[in-house]
Design a protein around this ligand. Structure first.
Ligand code: HAM
Length: 414
């Protein structure tokens, strides 16, 4: 075939979109129930929005962005994440002046030029939430609770929550220096990647998968020794609030996350059935980002979750989504108008009504009705038309009854 999707990108086919819509519905409902409103930002932005906020030396900015020079000369980038664009919009539209607390959520595609594998694409989708304005731990607990509620509504099993605090930015800077000082004498035993990170982004070495480096890290200074009294209090209140909400978590002081804007609370939800790409959601506080981007100092916290990874780890059966589906089978050409009219009447009652437009046989249409998971078939044949009746076939039990055509709406009214 001449034309195919580009490596790392996927079509979402009609047969799969039912699951996507189901997932989106849960996100809309839960986000609304916590008072979050949707924000939609453009797919591309100025490149320096991302380099300033995510960090010049992160993997995302240094090697994964799709950037190009615009005809007018500036550099543009397909968004690799949405926190920076949402913070940009927050500043640009002065949202802080409209309300001291802004709660927003988003759903949309993102682009990172990573090596594709299960759960990792070059175009993928995230939903995420961001709250601007509150520095207090109850906001951290609320953000984590939204994620937790969405994952439990979706019936995700084998999910765990990892929690850390990177402290305030001064704490983070001091710790980065201490870690660098500790690792520098061991530089020659580090991998080439870690050697580079030692100069550009030492914290990322904490997440190494290399067993030799892990041993080294075990004796490295810990972030916990660099927290200020306020950092400690903030983090212990977050933990108390999560305990009160019965949200279990594990502390992981080596989880630093791959974006530079984080301060204090950071977290990831991990799925036990995804293999290597097991993070379904990551987030944290970014109290300095709005100011870095030119806005007033504004504390903020949020998370984003990979929708492909969620769908890989959940099981929404297609049939569940089609509980009200009726397959209307008309076998008489001259009755098409009547059949279309009946179909609309049933739709007004809230049913999904599917009709064949290929004039296939009764057998072929019943096969199709079963394939799509319809609950009932309504059949109009020559005899029924003559007698002003219809046949109603229950597609799970196979039972069939004849009713008067005029009673059809009553039959489907519950
Ligand atoms: P992130 O950890 O880079 O954080 O991404 C969040 C989630 O997006 C990951 O946990 C994963 O589920 C999904 N994800 C990331 N890259 C890929 C990929 N190549 N293919 C499939 N899924 C992927 C952020 O993006 C931050 N903006 C999160 C945030 C919001 N922090 C505060 N607010």
């Amino acid at each position: 075939m001449t034309h195919r999707t580009i490596k790392g990108t996927h079509d979402i086919l009609p047969e799969d979109s039912v699951r996507w819509q189901e997932l989106e519905r849960v996100i809309y409902d839960v986000a609304a129930s916590y008072g979050y409103n949707e924000i939609r930002t453009p797919i591309f932005e100025n490149t320096n929005l991302f380099s300033r906020s995510i960090g010049e030396y992160t993997d995302i900015v240094s090697k994964e962005m799709y950037s190009w020079e615009d005809r007018s000369g500036g550099s543009l980038t397909l968004r690799p994440e949405l926190t920076a664009p949402v913070a940009r919009a927050y500043i640009q539209h002065n949202l802080g002046s409209k309300s001291p607390l802004q709660r927003m959520y988003y759903i949309g595609p993102l682009f990172r030029r990573e090596r594709p594998q299960k759960g990792r694409q070059r175009q993928f989708h995230q939903f995420g939430i961001e709250a601007f304005g509150s520095e207090f731990p109850e906001q951290d607990a609320e953000i984590i609770a939204v994620g937790n509620t969405i994952f439990s509504e979706l019936g995700l099993k084998d999910i765990s929550l990892k929690l850390n605090s990177l402290g305030s930015s001064t704490c983070r800077n001091k710790y980065t220096k201490a870690l660098k000082d500790y690792l520098t004498p061991h530089k020659d035993s580090l991998s080439a990647t870690s050697q580079k990170r030692l100069e550009s982004n030492p914290l990322r070495i904490l997440e190494t998968k290399n067993p030799e480096e892990q041993k080294l890290i075990a004796d490295a200074p810990s972030i916990t020794d660099f927290w200020t009294a306020d950092d400690k209090e903030h983090f212990s209140t977050v933990q108390n609030l999560l305990n009160g909400l019965n949200i279990p978590y594990e502390l992981d002081h080596q989880m630093v996350r791959g974006l530079d804007y984080y301060t204090r609370t950071t977290f990831e939800f991990i799925s036990g059935n995804l293999g290597a790409q097991d993070a379904i959601c990551g987030g944290g506080r970014y109290d300095g980002l709005v100011e870095t981007l030119g806005g007033k100092p504004t504390p903020a916290i949020g998370f984003a979750a990979g929708m492909e990874r969620i769908l890989l780890s959940m099981d929404i059966s297609k049939d569940d989504a089609k509980i009200n589906t009726v397959y209307l089978i008309n076998l008489v050409e001259s009755a098409s108008g009547q059949a279309l009219f009946i179909a609309n009447e049933l739709r007004e009652l809230g049913c999904y009504v599917i009709m064949d437009t290929l004039r296939r046989s009764l057998k072929a249409q019943l096969r199709d009705a079963n394939r799509i998971g319809a609950v009932k078939a309504v059949i109009i044949g020559e005899d029924e038309l003559k007698n002003k009746t219809v046949q109603i076939k229950d597609l799970s039990s196979g039972e069939q009854e004849e009713i008067v055509m005029n009673d059809l709406v009553k039959h489907f009214t519950v």
